[in-house]
Design a protein around this ligand. Structure first.
Ligand code: PLP
Length: 442
């Protein structure tokens, strides 16, 4: 038998010492528990920690449904993902000049922290862009964020107490569901009417207002329906908010992606009214860079916000900043938007293919979208299934992934599902042919 060398001996001694130390610590821990926490044992928490109550209703159907798609893929069936509004996944790429500007920012050393509300250059660029659309701001009215999502989160965190409610469109974009659930607040759905092209009904909104209603979310152009609201309707919604002392959250992340003339920004219509408006925007979709996480919010009628603007600032400071390199791209991105006409043309073509294909199938309908890249389809007969069961059955049979309408707050028995129509025309045509054949057989 060979004798252990000195190094091996040292390792063995250290290991024994470590073992003795661990045993001593656990004996000490147990005797501490026995002495001071007699009703607890190490076995009390075998499954680890219990998540906080506020996460119970924290859902995001658009991503949650992916688990089912992965299982289908693992079983050998390829999946066509039409669930997520990420143009880059479907072959769209940002303008080369933006990629260059980002690379330059990183190369030039713009890799540190930014001011919490965003760099002055970025905020000035946002002010200039708003001015071109008839909205007059100062850089102090702007907070740069990691996408519009973070802006919504900071704003609602600064505004809502548990038990408050927020007027939110139904179908909604589930970001608002997730944030209100996290804050212990309540989503207060107002109806978008498919029979009226998914427009909101001001009377329904008035009827839904409670003493705890603090804000009204208006998503225009709309995700998930692709609807666009005109100035007359927007003014009516602003008037309701003014009468009931509500903060208006104008989610306008798709404002550059309308197929026809864009609607007026809510902030423009609200000038001269006595209603606080927060506009949310980002480069994610319009500039094809959702992964860069660059967005912003702007305040209109700041005199109506009380201390909420200061509270948002505190939250912004605590989270430090949004990424500096992508903020550095904002001035160039907002000054040159020459890529937009070709992008809109591509979207319009896909929308036309989608609407024609869906409405040609007996028992299937959709309302033609006027912007962005989403449509709500509806099957007349779910054969006793919920919309989620329908979507899962379609996925398992065909490998096509949509998101069920109830993931956006719709009635699970109403037969709705959202399609992201970003893939190339030939993929879309194939998807709709497979959908039609699935419906014929079911
Ligand atoms: C209506 C709407 N608002 C906000 C967002 C968030 O976008 P981002 O955080 O990427 O700016 C999205 C993203 O899909 C959206 O559809």
């Amino acid at each position: 038998m060979s004798r252990p060398n000195i190094r091996t001996c040292r390792v063995l001694i250290a290991a024994q010492a470590g073992f003795r130390y661990n045993v001593a610590v656990s004996i000490h821990r147990e005797s501490f528990r026995a002495k001071f926490l007699p009703n607890m044992s190490l076995m009390n928490n075998p499954a680890g920690f219990r998540p906080a109550e506020r996460t119970t209703n924290y859902n995001y159907a658009i991503r949650n449904i992916v688990a089912a798609a992965k299982a289908v893929e693992a079983a050998g069936q390829p999946v066509t993902y039409l669930n997520i509004g990420d143009p880059v996944l479907y072959g769209f790429q940002p303008p080369g000049s933006l990629v260059e500007a980002l690379a330059r920012a990183v190369r030039d050393g713009d890799n540190g922290y930014a001011p919490s509300v965003g760099t002055l250059a970025a905020r000035e660029a946002i002010v200039r862009d708003a001015e071109r659309r008839g909205v007059y701001l100062t850089p102090e009215d702007v907070v740069v964020s990691s996408g519009a999502s973070e802006a919504a989160d900071m704003l609602l965190s600064a505004l809502l107490e548990p038990g408050d409610d927020v007027l939110t469109p139904c179908p909604t974009y589930p970001l608002y569901t997730a944030i209100t659930a996290k804050l212990g607040a309540r989503e207060n759905y107002y109806r978008l009417d498919p029979a009226q092209g998914w427009q909101p009904d001001p009377d329904d909104i008035r009827a839904k207002i409670t003493p705890r209603t603090r804000a009204m979310v208006i998503i225009n152009p709309n995700n998930p329906c692709g609807a666009v609201y005109d100035a007359r309707l927007l003014l009516e919604l602003l008037t309701i908010a003014e009468e009931h002392n509500l903060v208006v959250i104008a989610d306008e992340v798709y404002c550059r992606l309308t197929y026809g003339p864009p609607p007026p920004p809510l902030a423009q219509l609200a000038a001269g009214m006595d209603v606080p408006v927060v506009t949310l925007e980002s480069l994610s979709k319009s500039h094809l860079v959702p992964g860069w996480r660059v967005g912003w919010m702007t305040y209109t009628n700041t005199h109506r916000f009380g201390d909420v603007i200061a509270a948002v600032r505190k939250i912004a400071e605590a989270r430090i900043c949004s990424p500096l390199p992508t903020q550095q791209v904002l001035p160039a991105a907002l000054a040159d938007q020459s890529h937009l006409p070709a992008l809109i043309e591509a979207l319009q073509l896909r929308a036309a293919i989608t609407v024609e294909a869906l409405n040609a199938v007996p028992g299937l309908h959709c309302v033609a979208p006027q912007a962005a890249f989403y449509v709500m389809g509806q099957v007349e007969d779910l054969h006793g299934q919920t919309d989620e069961e329908f979507v899962l059955a379609l996925l398992r049979a065909t490998g096509i992934l949509f998101v069920h309408g109830s993931g956006f707050g719709l009635d699970p028995n109403a037969g709705y599902f959202r399609i992201v129509f970003l893939p190339p025309p030939e993929t879309l045509r194939d998807v709709y042919a497979r959908l039609a054949s699935f419906l014929r057989q079911s």
